[in-house]
Write a protein that binds this ligand. Structure first.
Ligand code: PMP
Length: 448
């Protein structure tokens, strides 16, 4: 199988040296917090299978929900037709999302839900007589997906630069820079300074160019793929205020951080704000089925109508939009959130995770130790005082990844950033075991 995998399968990043020089791990079973390879080795899935998994793998209620739905409908088209799971899910999402979001548009994955938000925002301004608002603003280090619109508003050069000739022009904005962390959070001075500087950059941009900006897209609270950069809530609140003042849509991409990952159901709740457009995927179906949703305000929705002359329809529709199986799984996941009091457990484990952070502090080469909810990260650095990085050619993060596999742990690096993105089903005992194993790996590699 692995021979055929090498011969026939083009995985994401197949050619990157780190992944090209060894076979992929052949996973044959996934259960709870664990993945099992073909030789029966067990691994902690500490990154929730690319930040999607919520209640653990193979949850019996999720399996039953798929089987039940399959008895009624598998897939049916979603234009001119509708079905119970999609309706009930939309109703539930509107109930739990930040107040003021009145419509749900389904698509299939995070990237397309981002495209939907960008196109909705763009078309809205065309419809309300502000045709000059055709551009978008985004943050440095941001990641919003791999489709061309999403890459256009992506701030990670690795993904963005190659495709530049194909991309639309957008404004890149400075993100908050946090110089000091204490017990997993920015120190108050570092937070205040980082937020003030970053909000000033947004204000400057809006003062000069808001007339041509349709929307500002951000990953609220945590920029994930850009390096697990955790931002103070005051930044998100400040951005909301500026977007309102300068009439720019705030587009919140909660593809990665939604559904309890940061300790609250949605990351926007930390700042007590409602965005104009909210993008959800990954954890929406507990990470089991592909589905995404773009929520918008009624005000945005109401600018769309078709009188046969103006054609103010929203021109977007996917084959698999609102797939009944995926919607049924999402509904079951949200029932689990309520019935199993998942957010209470998340709060307990988040506290326990914070309690474990001091164990990383004695390591000489671990910098910017940070945490929010079920997410924690640190950087491998030469010098924690100056934050000086190791030469990237040393591929430090990758070597931690390899060593961690031997320890039964999936610690997938982002460059030299090592992180946990834990599923909500993690127990305190499992958490301690994960941290024990992580410390053992770091010790062996000489980071202490
Ligand atoms: N937005 C964010 C914040 C993401 O982290 C991701 C995926 N990592 C995406 C969008 C794209 O989602 P997908 O991979 O499902 O297209």
């Amino acid at each position: 199988l692995l021979h055929k995998d090498r011969e026939r399968v083009w995985h994401p990043f197949t050619q990157m040296k780190d992944y090209a020089e060894r076979d992929h791990l052949l996973i044959e079973k996934a259960e709870g917090l664990y993945l099992y390879d073909a030789d029966g080795n067990r691994y902690y899935d500490t990154v929730s299978s690319w930040w999607v998994n919520v209640h653990g793998h193979g949850h019996p209620r999720i399996k039953q929900a798929i089987a039940r739905q399959l008895e009624d409908t598998d897939h049916i088209m979603f234009s001119g037709f509708t079905h119970r799971p999609a309706i009930e899910l939309a109703d539930k999402l509107i109930e739990i999302a930040p107040p003021g979001l009145g419509k749900v548009f389904y698509s299939d994955n995070g990237s397309t839900a981002v495209e939907v938000a960008l196109k909705m925002s763009f078309q809205y301004w065309q419809h309300v007589g502000r045709p000059g608002k055709t551009k978008f603003a985004f943050l440095e280090h941001s990641y919003h997906g791999d489709t061309l619109g999403a890459v256009s508003v992506g701030g990670v050069d690795l993904y963005h630069a190659t495709f530049r000739p194909l991309l639309f022009d957008a404004y890149r904005v400075t993100a908050p820079r946090i110089s000091r962390w204490e017990n997993g959070s920015p120190t108050p001075e570092a937070a205040e300074h980082g937020v003030a500087e970053a909000l000033e950059a947004v204000k400057r941009l809006f003062e000069s160019s808001a007339d041509e900006i349709a929307g500002f897209i951000i990953e609220p609270m945590v920029q994930a793929a850009g390096g697990i950069l955790i931002h103070p809530a005051a930044y998100v609140a400040g951005v909301r205020e500026l977007c309102t003042r300068y009439e720019v849509h705030l587009i919140a991409d909660e593809v990665a951080v939604g559904f309890g990952r940061t300790g609250t159901m949605f990351a926007c709740e930390h700042a007590g704000i409602t965005p104009d457009l909210l993008i959800l995927s990954k954890g929406l179906t507990a990470g089991i089925m592909p589905l995404a949703a773009t929520l918008c305000t009624d005000r945005i929705y109401e600018a769309f109508y078709d009188d046969y002359e103006t054609m103010k329809t929203f021109f977007h529709g996917h084959s698999f939009t609102g797939n009944p199986l995926a919607c049924a799984v999402a509904l079951e996941s949200l029932r689990l959130f309520e019935e199993e009091r998942v957010l209470e457990h998340v709060r307990t484990i988040s506290e326990a995770l914070r309690g474990q952070l001091p164990r990383f502090e004695p390591f000489r080469h671990l910098g910017n130790i940070r945490q929010l909810g079920m997410i924690a990260a640190f950087d491998l650095v030469q010098d924690t005082e100056t934050g000086k990085a190791f030469p990237s050619s040393e591929r430090r993060g990758y070597h931690v990844y390899l060593e961690a596999l031997k320890e039964g742990l999936i610690l997938r690096p982002l460059g030299d950033t090592i992180y946990y993105w834990l599923p909500h089903c993690t127990s305190e005992e499992q958490l301690h075991d994960i941290v024990d194993r992580t410390c053992a790996v770091l010790e062996r590699l000489g980071y202490r």
